[in-house]
Write a protein that binds this ligand. Sequence first.
Ligand code: GGG
Length: 327
Amino acid sequence: MTHEIAVIPGDGIGQEVTPAAVEVLEAIESVDFDFVEGEAGDAVQAETGEALPQATRDLAADADATLFGAAGETAADVILPLRQVVDSFANVRPAVSYPALDAVQPDTDLVFIRENTEGVYKGIESEITDSVTTCTRVITEEASRDIAEFGFTYARQNGYDDVTIAHKANVMRQTDGLFLETAEAVGEERGADYDTALMDALAMHLVMHPEDYGVVICPNLAGDMLSDLAAGLVGGLGLLPSANVGPENALFEPVHGSAPDIAGQGVANPSAMILSAAMLLDHLGYDEEGDRVRAAVETVLESGPRTPDLGGDASTRDVTDAVLGEL
Ligand code: GGG
């Protein structure tokens, strides 16, 4: 069986790390892929006036899965609609420390289960006057239930005992009140053990004692921010992969953005993108192959070469070749 994979490198270092992940998938001889490339992002916007052409949407909708690189200035017009195109209600962001790296917190094994369709990322913003703007935060019972069901199931299937529901219901009483109440109801219905945590206090506790946490179920913006915070605990954004999962389709992308400060230099860490490709393999049912890719990345993180974000002087090409060598 051949799997059609939409490949959308996007902006900045997305153009450099996405081909690395494709090379890794091509090296998995037991799985056949057909890669089809689509354009999206700042450059396409400048050229055509449209950051996400219909042809790229169709590509992602029709493929078995999508690999996405990074969004730049046009993120709201690219990655948010692309996540809708694949109907992905859950954004899975694991943050794991690797023994070989000198991480801020070496005992980190967290997975953020981020609600992916609403909250302040719904995009309902208004300019009331030149000096007054608003953003409408949407939280529904349906989406809160979907993400909580997904989070509790993920924890059980992946052996995590600690489940935490992140919220700010003491301030956002209506919206996070509904999120919290709904997610707690799901926990109760399942007879699951769980904790709840105010997201600001949780940020501090995650920095000081990440080992006390496992799966964290979050509203949209909180999941985006807390996962970046966790990236800082394990060695940086160059290491965090993610999966955007829907009932029928999925999109895989590194947690990092387009990193304009290093784009074009060939020194971006491809690990997060390659680990996202490993999540794609898991999603398609190739768990053993996904594990092989993760093991190869882990070996290279241990033995080098390493890119500058991890204290080395290797290029994206060097690290990709080393991972391919391990495979
Ligand atoms: N590959 C992830 C990416 O491009 N991130 C840039 C960004 O702005 N992301 C916002 C989000 O993940 O919701």
